[in-house]
Design a protein around this ligand. Structure first.
Ligand code: ADP
Ligand code: MG
Length: 613
């Protein structure tokens, strides 16, 4: 981001959840959620394709879920970027049609039309974007989007594609637990270990983060991809249906009962008991009262499963519960008091509750978005290098300086030498990839270090320094240690960017490197011209040139000075410099001879009159 940017870019953080999605924006030290007209922050990640061709997204679609089970797509996040057997496993649990399409990738079929999961996610993102834009009264430029820590490259890339389809530039994909930790004010300024417990609608994730000098590293993850608040609703629904003596065959009844069960569950997070009035057709209304204790007994086995995952994650991180400095709650289902109690009991400390658990991820993403937009200069450093970075060495080998999965910012230096006697320049080719031969890796850029003193092969000491900054920009510097000669280049390694984006960025940086070089040359030339003007004036004062030569030299120097003052281009400066240096070629000799004469005279003078000194 350049300093001349007219106004800060509007970048939001988006939690693209399995159950609910939402956007937030930086506000002061924290962030605020962008709510819809009714003040609702959460947009159900649900899309319903009605038989009349209409599409409903969000809350409206959630209400249609059981009436149009085969036309209402939810949990697209379970399918995004998935291929092969994973698709079959998820498809078996979803009421709409899912099959393997092109390249074995998951496809969703609704009413004879085929959709990629990223298209469905794009519809959800469009709804989030529209809601956020109307809350802000402004267009949004870009977003940081969160994904589970365990999402692989394909799932991350598909999420980026969804953003692009929705007309959103995805600035960065950020891990959900990292975003949540940020929202809780764990900003990397203090080292520590954080356990993030995320119980959402349909998924449970526990992550252990290690924060070291501002870098968030995911030490371990565990969880259950089919465990969440939906299961609590299901258990309550069964209890309600049994009490009402209703059958589970009617989609409308089921829908109503499911919605009522969720409402009851949410009430039970606040109250010791809650009552529900069920009014089925042709029957007297029935009141069903459920005590919190009864609900807790129902869900206890599910909660225990999450606790077992917590212990697995701690063990996988090779830690014990005592090593955890903070416990952070994420996901709407962590509002259930039993969940908090069990966690506290097991970890021996109360979890942090300062942030709305179902908003935390979006709030943290908004903070990260603001940093990436360049509006906040305090560094937050959250990413890893997906593929190793290195240079090509003799014989085309790829020498890695930064290994894959290093957290950024990161740097590394190695020393190299020349391969040929008397070599005065070396070319540095920068590559990214895991293969041993440079030709099998992706070339990121190339530059030359000039000005090596001619020496036998192997004697020059060339330090190559790789530095990846918080934005993922790689800067490579080569320094010849004896002479201090230095050259460098900047490139942007890929962070799950599309190949085209990476290519464009690469070309950009190479083009800029060229521009930088030209600019550098122009600066050098101006410095040289200025020195010539000053030097010529000094020389003229000393030398005894014939008046006509003095005049033409003065004229030429004045012309060059004028060009400098008017900011003339390099070509014009070069012509004027050449002209002046031709005219002054003889002055040098003159100045030397007059200087010699003067010193001779002084010598004589001192000889004749030693007492004068
Ligand atoms: P996801 O990350 O899967 O998109 P969320 O974090 O939005 O999901 O969590 C949604 C779940 O949280 C739903 O099952 C919802 O019923 C549940 N939930 C929301 N508020 C409460 C509450 N006060 N008490 C219990 N459960 C809640
Ligand atoms: Mg979530």
């Amino acid at each position: 981001m350049s300093a001349t940017d007219p106004k800060p870019r509007l970048v939001v953080g988006i939690d693209l959840g399995t159950t609910n999605s939402l956007a937030a924006i930086r506000a002061g030290k924290g962030a605020r959620v962008l709510r819809d007209r009714d003040g609702e922050p959460l947009i159900p990640s649900v899309v319903c394709f009605l038989p009349n061709g209409e599409m409903v997204v969000g809350r409206g679609a959630k209400d249609l879920r059981l009436q149009h089970p085969d036309r209402t797509v939810f949990s697209a996040k379970r399918l995004i970027g998935r291929a092969g057997a994973e698709v079959d496993r998820e498809a078996a649990l979803l009421p709409y049609r899912v099959h393997r399409g092109d390249r074995d990738l998951a496809r969703i079929e609704v009413g004879g039309r085929d959709y990629a999961p990223e298209q469905v996610s794009a519809f959800v993102l469009q709804e989030v974007k529209a809601t956020a834009e109307s809350a802000l009264g402004q267009r949004i430029d870009a977003a940081v989007i969160t994904v589970p820590a365990w999402f692989d490259d394909a799932q991350r890339q598909a999420t980026r594609d969804a953003a692009q389809l929705a007309g959103l530039e995805c600035l960065r994909i950020v891990n959900e637990p990292t975003a949540a930790a940020l929202a809780y004010g764990i900003d990397g300024s203090k080292d520590g270990t954080v356990l993030v417990y995320d119980l959402g609608g349909g998924t449970f994730d526990v992550s252990i983060l290690r924060i070291d000098e501002g870098v968030f590293r995911v030490l371990s993850t565990s969880g259950d991809t089919h465990l969440g608040g939906d299961d609590f609703d299901q258990l309550l629904s069964e209890r309600i249906l049994a009490a009402a003596g209703a059958s589970a065959n009617d989609a409308y009844v089921l829908q109503a009962v499911r919605a009522a069960a969720e409402g009851l569950k949410i009430e039970l997070s606040q109250k010791e008991q809650a009552t529900l009035r069920i009014e089925l057709q042709d029957r007297a209304p029935i009141d069903i009262t459920i005590a919190r204790a009864e609900f807790e007994a129902m869900i206890a086995p599910l909660v225990e499963r999450t606790i077992a995952c917590v212990h697995r994650a701690i063990a996988d991180a090779k830690l014990t519960a005592d090593d955890i400095d903070d416990v952070v709650l994420v996901g709407g289902s962590t509002r259930v008091p039993l969940v908090r109690q069990r966690l506290e009991q097991d970890l021996g400390r109360a979890p942090q509750t300062g942030v709305d658990p179902d908003l935390a991820v979006a709030l943290g993403a908004a903070i990260q978005a603001d940093v990436l937009a360049g509006n906040d200069k305090s560094l937050l450093l959250l990413d890893v290098i997906p593929l190793s970075l290195g240079i090509e060495t003799l014989g085309g080998a790829m020498q890695k300086l930064i290994l894959r999965n290093s957290t950024i910012p990161t740097s590394s230096t190695e020393e190299f030498s020349t391969a040929v006697d008397g070599q005065t320049a070396v070319v540095l080719n920068i590559f990214q990839g895991e293969r041993e031969l440079a030709q099998d890796c992706r070339q990121l850029g190339s530059f030359t270090l000039h000005g090596l003193p001619p020496m036998p092969a192997g004697l020059p000491r060339i330090a190559v320094h790789f530095l990846v900054d918080a934005d993922g920009v790689l800067r490579v510097t080569a320094t010849e240690k004896r002479t201090g000669h230095e050259a460098s280049i900047q490139v942007v390694p890929t962070f799950g960017l599309s190949r085209d984006e990476v290519r464009r960025m690469m070309l950009d940086s190479i083009e800029n490197a060229q521009q930088d070089y030209v600019a550098r040359e122009a600066i050098d030339l101006r410095n040289k011209a200025q020195a010539m003007v000053t030097g010529t004036r000094k020389a003229l004062a000393l030398a005894s040139l014939p008046p006509d030569q003095t005049f033409s030299v003065q004229k030429s120097a004045r012309a060059l000075e004028k060009l400098l003052q008017s900011g003339a281009d390099a070509a014009a400066l070069k012509v004027a410099c050449d002209e002046l240096s031709k005219l002054t070629a003889t002055i040098a000799d003159d100045v030397i001879s007059s200087a010699v004469q003067r010193s001779l005279q002084e010598e004589q003078g001192s000889n004749t009159n030693p007492s004068a000194s």
